[in-house]
Ligand binder design. Structure first.
Ligand code: NAD
Ligand code: UDP
Ligand code: UDP
Length: 343
């Protein structure tokens, strides 16, 4: 005999470990906004595998059905094509709020839409969380640190962001989303979590999304030159997607609000990244220098002391180990093996 208490009284009663005596624990009901995207779809895989009932809300702007198609037909999975800028009524226990284009090319494509997604979309998801008493996790970004004057970046650093630049729709949008999240926490007593995600790569990234890892990998596979912007001495830290998903789930399940940096502290210049891609795919791949984009941060590297101490989390997969896993996926997608798209 099992009863789903949440069906009668939506909300907190059903959080892990708090199930009333005598009732068998079932999986949680989890909403993943942006769940058809790169990070979201990997998170969905883990949640479904854990036995949760997962609802994906996604407008498919940068996400793809192929990323979650392997769950179609599973009664514990549901996908709703919906734009988070519009209100929605659902009943869940947890909300992972990822909906937002992440690649600079995509978020600059329609900047007003990007900021609406971050502000109005986040407001709607917080309003939803408040109504049903769900725990809410925001996927913020290392971009809140802007072009940082502190290195590596610690969560207490307030950042150096241009409020009127071409990246502001994303940077300032995410900063406002963090503000909203904390205001709902303080004002409405909402249970919230904030992750500041650093550059992440892996299978299912959009092949032509303009981000550096996807660009270099696709270019090397297609025998095109690797496009290094500027002098290539700017740095980033690259995290493999499974490490991020583990961090997001620990954050959601743990007792700490954050914000937490979730990233791999291994720091690479773009020229060093190009070398790793050459070593992995094609030692003869040429490098071509291009003009850099406006307001490009010069360096970025997370200090993850807080996540290590409070979440017991740290990344496990080094760039040279993670890159080949992504290359396998890109190779199959670029050269047309249909079976591989959703693996
Ligand atoms: P992605 O573009 O692959 O996924 C974003 C998903 O959100 C897509 O499926 C897209 O269709 C959906 N979406 C966008 N606007 C929407 C809207 N208005 N309504 C409903 N759905 C919408 O990007 P990703 O790399 O998977 O990023 C996921 C989240 O993580 C984003 O919030 C991003 O800002 C954050 N993040 C990612 C990285 C990274 O390196 N991947 C770094 C920092 C932060
Ligand atoms: N909202 C939603 N789903 C819900 C509850 C709220 O989409 O189940 C939206 C609602 O439309 C509003 C936003 O979330 O625009 C903020 O809701 P809240 O109740 O916090 O504020 P209010 O509606 O009082 O402005
Ligand atoms: N970049 C590059 N070549 C490319 C794409 C990007 O050299 O083909 C550089 C870009 O200028 C930036 C870094 O790579 O310095 C990371 O860019 P990305 O768009 O991946 O992420 P960001 O951290 O800027 O959001």
């Amino acid at each position: 005999f099992s009863v789903d208490p949440a069906a009668h009284n939506p909300g907190r009663q059903f959080v892990a470990g708090k199930v009333p005596l005598g009732l068998k624990r079932k999986g949680l009901r989890v909403l993943v906004t942006g769940g058809a995207g790169f990070v979201g779809s990997h998170l969905v895989d883990r949640l479904v595998a854990r036995g949760d009932s997962v609802i994906v809300v996604d407008n498919l702007f940068t996400g793809r059905k192929e990323n979650v198609m392997h769950h179609f037909g599973n009664p514990n999975f549901e996908m709703i094509r919906h734009d988070v800028v519009e209100p929605i009524l659902l009943e869940v226990d947890q909300i992972y709020h990822l909906a937002c284009p992440a690649s600079p090319v995509h978020y600059k494509y329609n900047p007003v839409k990007t900021i609406k997604t971050n502000v109005v979309g986040t407001l709607n998801m917080l309003g939803l969380a408040k109504r049903i008493g769900a725990r809410f996790l925001l996927t913020s970004t290392s971009e809140v640190y802007g072009d940082p004057l502190q290195h590596p970046q610690v969560e207490t650093y307030w950042g150096n962001v241009n409020p009127i630049g071409v990246r502001s729709c994303y940077d300032e949008g995410k900063r406002t989303a963090e503000t909203l999240t904390m205001d709902y926490h303080r004002g409405a007593n909402l249970e919230v979590r904030i992750a500041r995600i650093f550059n992440t790569y892996g299978p299912r990234m959009c092949i032509d999304d303009g981000r550096v890892v996807s660009n270099f990998v696709a270019q090397a596979l297609r025998k095109e030159p690797l496009t290094v912007y500027g002098d290539g001495k700017q740095t980033r830290s690259f995290q493999y997607v499974s490490d991020l998903v583990e961090g997001l789930m620990r954050l959601m399940e743990g007792d700490h609000i954050g914000p937490f940096n979730l990233g791999n502290p291994g720091e690479f210049t773009m020229l060093e990244l190009a070398k790793v891609v050459q070593d992995t795919i094609d030692p003869n791949a040429r490098i071509e220098f291009r003009e850099n984009t406006q307001d490009d941060p010069h360096k970025r590297k997370p200090d993850i002391t807080k996540a290590k101490e409070q979440l017991g989390w740290e990344p496990k997969i080094a760039l040279r180990d993670g890159l080949p896993l992504m290359v396998t996926d890109f190779r199959k997608r670029i050269f047309g093996d249909q079976d591989s798209a959703a693996t």
